[in-house]
Design a protein around this ligand. Sequence first.
Ligand code: GDP
Ligand code: GDP
Length: 455
Amino acid sequence: EEDAALLAGLDLEPEQQAPPKPDPVLAIVGRPNVGKSTLVNRILGRREAVVEDTPGVTRDRVSYAAHWNGRNFTLVDTGGWEHDAKGIHARVAEQAEIAADMADAVLLVVDANVGATATDEAVVRMLRRKKKPVILVANKVDDMAQEAEAAALWSLGFGQPYPVSALHGRGTADMLDAVMEVLPEFSAHGGVIRTGGPRRVALIGRPNVGKSSLLNKLAGSDRVVVDSLAGTTRDPVDEMIELGGRMWRFVDTAGIRRRVHMQHGADFYASLRTQSALERAEVAVVLLAVDEVLSEQDVRILQTAIDSGRALVLAFNKWDLLDDDRRRYLEREIEQDLAHVDWAPRVNLSARTGWHKDRLVPALDRALESWDRRIPTGRLNAFLGELVAAHPHPLRGGKQPRILFGTQASTRPPKFVLFTTGFLDPGYRRFITRRLRETFGFEGTPIEVSMRVRE
Ligand code: GDP
Ligand code: GDP
């Protein structure tokens, strides 16, 4: 009974705790030179994306915010990697596969004047295994006379081909209508969350580290309280706070300001709160207090933040209470217990006096910049090439797994996929992860490196 009341007080109804839903993702795949970039530009209504006459010009997979008929979606252009002539089928199919894995639906573009090639057929076989909606686009149908060529593409087995001229815009409206019919309302594949608007911060930490004191110091007297559900006054309530000349949205500040005193299960409810705040945030500030030993609860909250995949800043509060003895002890604690988050920016501050509170924004900016960052495929592979040449994977039973190439599959946080000829040792993977950080920074964001073994 008491638990039920607590739960009601904490307002854990799913619709209130839900993170913003990501827009559905549409991937454009196809051979080089079939007109993918031209089609991207057509859909976006502009002429920005690079269009080249030379097949195989290196471009990167890029996401764009797009809309049609009042609906938002994310468009992923698979561009192309560099490929040598012989590996072309495999490479095109591979890039298409990564894009298809990230997407809710796929636009497969074929050059109607050329017809279906062996490479197109390799992509078709891969897409069939994915069981995702595919809209087949017969591009370069600039006039009625060419429509017969488009019809020949029925043979690919994805139903009616949509005859389109990406160059002139012919047929693209019908094609987009068809896309809207197959795209779900929200992405089921962790698509890009459209932010715009103030960045969302979760201020978390165990009771008494100084969360509400810090919030008061930051917000000053102009706190703007916003309900996350229009027309309700229930939690979670966020606050818009201006820092460094910009607005920031501190999520679920009601949970910080309204102290809930509980004997039993306090830990459990506090940890639910922490989790739901993290889900709604882009960056976490984990607050620790320097006048007390780093507790088990501190470590647990920190781990929850790391696991959430959000950007991360560590803030050490109550610096005004620090004496020399305590300082030495703290340094040892940081070295021992926080070594695994040495990538997170650290801010020493005092919520009581306001000392260093202006250091928070630069740290948040650095962390979010890393969280959003994409390493171009060309640069990533140059890095991998040098790394592997200098430090090859150790021999295992006479075999040596090779890294064929890598790509950054997503941001927020950055995730990398390595295509390999065999399983990489966990130690070697950690080595690569460490070198990725050393080379590209990524201060303030967790990163993930996974592999796909070919064959
Ligand atoms: P991508 O490599 O698949 O991204 O292809 P691009 O968009 O770079 O286009 C390759 C070439 O095809 C460029 O010269 C484009 O101008 C041309 N192209 C693209 N769409 C059309 C089209 O609808 N009709 C005609 N005639 N040419 C097109
Ligand atoms: P919360 O439970 O994390 O929201 O923590 P509070 O903000 O309520 O702070 C807990 C206690 O720590 C209060 O007595 C605060 O006055 C005190 N406190 C918070 N920040 C500081 C600080 O920077 N220096 C000192 N000396 N005390 C602080």
